[in-house]
Design a binder for this molecule. Structure first.
Ligand SMILES: [Zn+2]
Ligand SMILES: [Zn+2]
Length: 143
């Protein structure tokens, strides 16, 4: 069933503008990311994508994820020394990591949190990227 990822129309153009082709595997990997926003690792994406494309390999999934990150359609999320996770949410957001269940949840950020306005940087430092990671207990665990 060819359904368009609703949250991001124009993603096909975005991939081709970056000199990549939207192969069926890339589309499938992207749809896996969009389907369940739980920040899966490459292995988890692989297991989900395999249900649709039985012949897909883990190497192909890694490759597809790399392309999506290249095109700005997904970003990598690193939690401690765990395997890299992937997030297709393109809105400014931080990641809340639950210390009990291990879930990685998207949380909205106050204006200015990503532009460096909240940090007291010494002069002559320019912020190009800010990642916000918050730890604690998610609503399901905070009982
Ligand atoms: Zn995220
Ligand atoms: Zn939790």
């Amino acid at each position: 069933m060819p359904k368009q990822p609703s949250s991001n129309p124009g993603y096909e153009e975005r991939i081709s503008h970056n000199g990549h082709r939207l192969t069926p595997q890339r589309r499938e990997v992207y749809e896996v990311l969009l389907a369940e926003r739980d920040h899966p690792t490459a292995t988890e994406v692989f297991l989900r994508a395999k249900k649709k494309i039985p012949g897909i390999s883990l190497a192909t999934v890694y490759n597809c994820l790399e392309t999506l990150v290249d095109c700005g359609l997904a970003r990598q999320v690193n939690v401690d020394r765990e395997a890299t996770r992937y997030c297709p949410n393109l809105n400014a957001h931080g990641h809340f990591i639950c210390e009990r269940c291990g879930k990685v949840l998207d949380v909205p950020l106050a204006k200015g949190a990503l532009s460096g306005q909240l940090w007291q940087l010494p002069k002559h430092f320019t912020v190009s990227q800010t990642e916000v990671t918050i730890r604690g207990l998610c609503p399901g665990c905070d009982t």
